[in-house]
Design a binder for this molecule. Structure first.
Ligand code: 13P
Length: 256
């Protein structure tokens, strides 16, 4: 983390878990722990259906609500999709874009991720853009090339005000849901390389001001060590975000 230049953000990604009836008890438990001034920005990304309930529980609190995907289109004939303006109207402030599960199960490529990003930003959402290599790519030593290419394609054509509302999450696919967390060194190396790519694309000040999160089996027991690294500005947490107490333990690890 480097609080002088950029925000620390701990974001939960519920994925396709929990139900509408779980939102209030979870929210109340999290708010009781977080109080009025938590040590960093907290985001909870729920399934679409739960966004209105989450927005209600967290209204006026330091916890922001996020979605896990968005349509590239503004509106119209897109059966099954949800638009950025609908998300904003329902109370979402953030949206995750290009999660590896979207890439894997829905064939999303970097170009589509880039279009979704621009749509989300145009409608006033803050975006968390996910990048990360697969195990086989790392075995070949291609991880830096893979992530640089994902970033360059997804962020191509962004201007500086748009970058200000963009957060990057490095999520190595082999670390997601496996318990196989990247070592603090591996995570830091990649987050630093991401910042170098940002510097190349947008200049030093913009790169220094952009939050880069780590995601992949982050939990209370390993969060402090990861967050102590200078280029890791927070976490995107799946499994451990489903329990308010565990999730808040990770927020507390950002207190250091
Ligand atoms: P886990 O924390 O369950 O590994 O999930 C990480 C993730 O994919 C968050 O988006």
């Amino acid at each position: 983390m480097n609080r002088r230049y950029r925000k620390t953000i701990i974001a939960g990604n519920w994925k396709m878990n929990r139900d509408v009836s779980d939102v209030r008890p979870y929210g109340e438990a999290l708010l009781a722990l977080a109080g009025k001034k938590p040590p960093c920005e907290i985001v909870v990304c729920t399934p679409f259906l739960m966004i209105p309930a989450a927005a209600e529980v967290f209204r006026g609190s330091p916890v922001a609500v996020g979605a896990q995907d968005v349509s590239e289109a503004d509106n119209g004939a897109r059966t099954g999709e949800v638009s950025a303006s609908q998300l904003a109207a329902a109370g979402a402030k953030y949206v995750i874009i290009g999660h590896s599960e979207r890439r894997e199960y829905h064939g999303e490529d970097d170009a589509l991720v880039g279009r979704k990003l621009k749509t989300a930003l145009r409608h006033g959402l803050r975006a968390i853009v996910c990048v990360g290599e697969r195990a086989a790519q790392r075995e070949k030593g291609a991880e830096f090339d893979v992530v640089r290419r994902q970033l360059r394609e997804a962020l191509y054509g962004l201007d500086l005000p748009q970058l200000k509302n963009t957060v990057i999450a490095y999520e190595p696919v082999w670390a997601i849901g496996t318990g196989n967390t990247a070592s603090p060194l591996q995570a830091e190396e990649m987050c630093r390389d991401i910042r170098l790519t940002l510097r190349d694309m947008f200049g030093a000040a913009a790169a220094r001001g952009t939050s880069v999160l780590y995601g992949g089996s982050m939990k209370p027991s390993n969060a402090a060590e990861l967050l102590a690294r200078p280029d890791i500005d927070g976490g995107l947490i799946g499994g451990a975000s489903l329990n308010a107490k565990d999730f808040y333990e990770i927020v507390r690890a950002a207190e250091q």
